[in-house]
Design a protein around this ligand. Structure first.
Ligand code: CA
Length: 231
């Protein structure tokens, strides 16, 4: 039998942690919950988990710091829990490298749906595991992205975005399309969320800051792969 995916929950509010654990277990995941930041970072870095649900406000080490530190060497999918409902705050979490986030108070079912959606993005595309264009390659089976042979440390979300764009180089993808194809139909973020992910992807993909060679903005329409001459 296939091993149940393991999820780490880092949350200091006992009641929330218990509800989240119960729902995730009910959805078929193995769950371990910890309540302190340093322990959360240590466990999340252990390689024993497929995804971490990370609260923003924690004793010891806060969620944003954990997120940033994890991203220094790991692509572990991160779903942030945040009490702040403002969009700037949500975008802030994504810029640190979270794959998605849920605003408190949230329905446990919604959280489960988000976790499933993020994990689906990690899963390999069995039919066509590899896409390349001009030295840029995404290998979903290996969860690996490269430019001229050099590995790019992309999050699963950034990888899905690049994968989608690689499906049709030159074609303009609207933000709606990118949300749908790369982030999944459950994703209910705004266009600014897509822009934030694209910004992160661009920072890692483009050799020269401010002069995109691969990922171009088409004003008022969306994004595409190509260079200016492709016009
Ligand atoms: Ca908390």
């Amino acid at each position: 039998m296939r091993r149940r995916p393991r999820i780490l929950v880092v949350e200091d509010e006992t009641k929330t942690a218990a509800v989240v654990t119960r729902y995730l277990e009910g959805a078929g995941f193995d769950v371990e919950a910890v309540s302190e930041g340093h322990e959360g970072l240590r466990k999340a870095s252990s390689g024993a988990f497929e995804l971490v649900v990370l609260d923003r406000m924690l004793p010891g080490l806060d969620g944003r710091t954990i997120c940033r530190r994890l991203r220094e060497g790991s692509r572990l999918p991160i779903v942030m829990l945040t009490a702040k409902a403002s969009e700037d705050d949500r975008i802030g979490g994504l810029e640190l490298g979270a794959d998605d986030y849920v605003t408190k108070p949230f329905s446990p079912r919604e959280l489960v749906a988000r976790v499933r959606a993020v994990l689906r993005r990690v899963g390999p595309d069995a039919v066509e595991p590899r896409r390349s264009w001009r030295g840029v390659t995404v290998d979903l089976e290996r969860a690996e992205a490269r430019r001229e042979g050099e590995e790019l440390a992309l999050t699963v979300t950034e990888m899905r975005l690049l994968w989608t764009l690689l499906g049709a180089p030159g074609r303009v993808f609207s933000r709606d399309e990118l949300m749908d194809r790369a982030l999944g139909p459950e994703f209910d973020g705004s266009e600014r969320t897509v822009d934030a992910h694209v910004r992160n992807l661009r920072r890692k993909l483009e050799p020269q800051r401010g002069r995109p060679r691969y990922l171009l903005t088409v004003f008022g329409r969306g994004y595409r792969l190509g260079d200016e001459e492709d016009g």
